[in-house]
Design a protein around this ligand. Structure first.
Ligand code: NAP
Length: 252
């Protein structure tokens, strides 16, 4: 039987990279994307190959939807040349940036950047990649705990994630005819480079997160990579159209 293939956006660092490694451990091959860090992308390919998996990394800015048709063409080429396949199995819409700006201060430029990366990007990228996604495949979108609870400074970012949560239900409804399940994973605050690495590097913020989390600590990349791997594992196909929060119980 063919090994499954996952396409993960933003796989060069943080949660996307961690998800790639968990999926490789589950026997899944990886087509990942990076935006600016070609070095990190190449290092990940080498790491996956050393683990006995297969990986290709492609450059993609998810904020530039005008390039998605060309990107899909590139993915089709890589599928054929490196994996001897026409389709992939799992799409993980993970790439993103953090931005802190109070509602009254948020500029049109900041809003446009966030909407392009966090909503318009995954919307049209998924649309462009659908012909390459196997029937019976899975889509995992990535939201945030901030779409459920509210911390000052994240209004625009969280609103885009909220939009993705609504879109997830519509995608699940419409793609059910192809037996594709669609879910959205909402991480709590996780120790990555995200938002300048604040949760990981700022002791005060880390303590605030830990103090408001039932399990008593901030999240680590492994908490999320493992959850993503779980959501595409055999046996979880019947989970569909759901928002699943992986936050250790933040602000319960
Ligand atoms: N960490 C958290 O606390 C947290 C909490 C909730 C939700 N999330 C969500 O989880 C996802 C991943 O976050 P993370 O913590 O892994 O962040 P991260 O460590 O900063 O990594 C971000 C990844 O996304 C890529 N990326 C950034 N801008 C991009 C763009 N315009 N186009 C394409 N790729 C781009 C980066 O590529 P390069 O390496 O090439 O720059 C990198 O691979 C995001 O959607 C974020 O909103 C994170």
């Amino acid at each position: 039987m063919n090994r499954k293939i996952a396409l993960i956006t933003g796989a060069s660092r943080g949660l996307g990279k961690n998800a790639a490694l968990h999926l490789v451990a589950q026997g899944v091959d990886i087509i990942g994307t990076y935006n600016s860090r070609a070095d990190e992308a190449q290092a990940l390919v080498a790491e996956i190959e050393s683990l006995g998996g297969r990986a290709a990394m492609l450059q993609l800015d998810v904020g530039q939807s005008e390039h998605f048709a060309a990107f899909a063409f590139e993915v089709a080429k890589v599928l054929r040349s490196q994996f001897d396949r026409e389709h992939f199995d799992f799409l993980i819409n993970n790439a993103g940036i953090g931005m802190h700006a109070n509602f009254v201060d948020t500029t049109v430029e900041q809003f446009d950047l966030l909407v392009n990366i966090h909503f318009k990007g995954p919307f049209f990228l998924t649309q462009n990649l659908l012909p390459l996604l196997n029937d019976g495949g899975r889509i995992i979108n990535v939201s945030s705990g901030l779409a459920r609870f509210s911390l000052p400074g994240y209004g625009a970012y969280a609103a885009m994630k909220g939009a993705m949560e609504v879109l997830t239900r519509y995608q699940a409804k419409e793609l059910g005819a192809r037996n594709i399940s669609v879910n959205i994973l909402a991480p709590g605050a996780i120790e990555t480079d995200f938002g300048g690495g604040t949760v990981r590097d700022n002791a005060e913020v880390n303590k605030m997160v830990a103090g408001n989390t039932a399990l008593g600590r901030a999240g680590r990349p492994d908490d999320i990579g493992a959850a993503i791997a779980l959501l595409v594992a055999p046996g979880s196909q019947w989970i569909n159209g759901q928002r699943i929060e992986a936050s250790g119980g933040m602000f319960l």
